[in-house]
Write a protein that binds this ligand. Structure first.
Ligand code: MG
Length: 164
């Protein structure tokens, strides 16, 4: 199948429960906070959404297929390492990142003070420039799981271009 101009889009979404006690790990950055995300790995919700967006764009399945939570090797696994391994497959598949745009849904903490640090962290893992990584924070308006600080969620859209 011929893709238009070799450009492909991918979408990733992830949610994790929050429990008392920090720190919160977001985009590979440790944030001092009174809650942490719970998961089989280190529960970095933003890196998981990015990993799924990249795998989806390159037609390489998803993070759950690549790193099953039934595999003890993945317990407490560093999400930076998972993203690095997934993106290596994307590159081997012949793609580079044009840009991505991400949203983190969290009532607290506010994302803005950490935004540049997180963009640099993600750009470092993917070996791209921070201006290629869009990042926004949204609260849950005090309702539902995000608004009540029971959960944190993230979304990412990623645009890939085939190597020429
Ligand atoms: Mg996850």
């Amino acid at each position: 199948m011929q893709d238009f101009a070799g450009i492909r889009i991918g979408l990733g979404h992830d949610t994790h429960r929050l429990e008392p006690g920090g720190p919160l790990i977001l985009g590979g950055v440790r944030i001092e906070h009174d809650r942490h995300a719970v998961g089989h790995s280190d529960a970095d919700v933003l890196l998981h959404a990015i990993t799924d967006a990249l795998l989806g764009a390159a037609d390489l399945g998803d993070i759950g297929e690549m790193f099953p939570n039934t595999d003890e090797a993945n317990r407490g696994r560093c999400s930076r390492e998972m993203l690095d391994l997934a993106f290596a497959k994307v590159r081997e598949g012949g793609y580079s990142i044009l840009n991505m745009d991400c949203v983190v849904f969290a009532q607290r903490p506010r994302l803005l003070p950490y935004r540049n640090q997180i963009r640099q962290s993600i750009a470092g893992i993917l070996r791209v420039e921070p201006h290629q990584i869009g990042l926004k924070g949204k609260t849950g308006e005090g309702v539902d799981a995000v608004g009540n600080q029971q959960a944190i969620a993230a979304q990412c859209v990623a645009l890939l271009i085939a190597h020429t």
